[in-house]
Design a binder for this molecule. Structure first.
Ligand code: F7E
Length: 343
């Protein structure tokens, strides 16, 4: 039986990956940070099948302990301060976790079990102000946020440990991936949850930032399969994981409203842009500059050819299906909320 250690196990990706590894007969270990209230997050439904170890990415001793306990054959480093906007508020913590934290994990592996395979959750945010379209494994990086800069360190230190110590250490450069389990602060889930609230009468309108930003959006469940495949190869290499298509935030919102049966039309521009419900004329979306970022990543679109060819990775959930699933899930959650509050 293979043993896997997942950092960030209770996040969106950690939960889908834990499900996948359990289905494949792995013994799964997950890092937990101590909090006064225990929160299993997205793994509540499988918490009895996961061996939790208290540890912290900023505490290398705790990571060494986690490696000793788990004796992991595969380590998936998904723990991160992953919200780009917050990285301007907490740049140092972001660097401690997303950059130095990677070295901490690699050192723990090197000390306890150097033959263990290591997956680093690298990100399309490293491409930032893109130097080529679409972005591939050889596109130069130009990060645009403290998050992107920290992640770039994580990418390079992973490559460096591979080259310095001959470790099986590699990165998946994953483009945006979303799901029903996405945190509410990310734009996709903020939109689908707000759409559900608008549809069910709990909210007038949603306020968003830059509607022109373009992202390459896939479903997390498909992307964790790529993580696993990356660690099943003969040679450790880095891979771009993406859909190859790009969509604006505006069009994501349009698709989400449509999935809830609301046709919207946009009018105005810049900070005055709004969207109205075509049937009622009511304003359901406004722009609020509060959500603009100090530096923006305007366009991301990845080329997944290498992953498709070498890993045999295929994406199964289309953009439309993903949006429909997210909206249906949020409608259900909001209905439940209404029932339990007797609204
Ligand atoms: O923003 C724009 C915002 O926060 C997407 C993380 O998983 O993917 C994610 O990073 C876009 C940006 O994700 C709002 O300005 C407009 O252009 O959903 P997001 P992200 O920054 O792309 C990468 C691959 C990661 O690695 C990250 O960890 O949407 N936007 N209006 C907004 N964004 C938010 N959050 N809220 C708004 O109201």
């Amino acid at each position: 039986m293979k043993r896997a250690l997942i950092t960030g196990v209770n996040g969106q990706d950690g939960s889908y990956l834990a499900e996948l590894l359990l289905e494949n007969g792995y013994e799964v270990y997950g890092l937990m940070r101590r909090k006064s209230v225990v929160d299993y997050g997205n793994v509540e439904h499988i918490k009895d099948k996961i061996n939790f170890i208290y540890a912290d990415m900023q505490d290398v001793v705790s990571l060494i302990r986690a490696m000793r306990i788990s004796q992991a054959d595969e380590v998936y480093n998904l723990a991160a301060q992953s919200f780009v906007a917050t990285s301007w508020d907490t740049p140092c913590t972001t660097a401690d976790i997303d950059a130095v934290g990677v070295t901490n994990m690699l050192e723990a592996i090197r000390v306890v079990k150097p033959e263990a395979k290591f997956y680093q959750a690298s990100t399309s945010e490293m491409f930032g102000k893109v130097q080529a379209i679409p972005q591939t494994e050889t596109t130069p990086f130009y990060p645009r946020s403290p998050y992107g800069v920290a992640k770039l360190y994580g990418y390079w230190i992973t490559k460096n440990y591979r080259e310095s110590y001959d470790m099986y250490a590699c990165s998946g450069i994953l483009f945006n991936h979303e799901s029903e389990r996405r945190g509410l602060e990310f734009v996709t889930r903020k939109i689908t949850n707000s759409v559900a609230r608008i549809k069910l009468g709990l909210l007038d309108h949603v306020e968003l930032g830059n509607l022109d930003a373009k992202r390459d959006w896939g479903h997390s469940k498909d992307y964790v399969k790529a993580m696993w495949l990356i660690l099943q190869q003969d040679k450790p290499e880095d891979y771009v994981v993406a859909t190859g298509t790009t969509i604006t935030v505006r069009d994501f919102a349009k698709a989400a409203f449509k999935a809830a049966g609301i046709e919207v039309e946009f009018e105005g521009s810049g900070v005055d842009e709004i969207a109205k419900d075509k049937a009622t004329g009511k304003v359901v979306l406004k722009v609020n500059p509060k959500f603009f970022r100090p530096a923006e990543v305007e366009l991301l679109v990845g080329d997944p050819s290498k992953a498709e060819k070498e890993l045999g990775w295929v994406r199964e959930i289309s953009f439309d299906e993903m949006v429909e699933r997210m909206v249906a899930n949020d409608l259900k959650l909001v209905e439940k909320e209404i029932k339990s509050a007797n609204l």
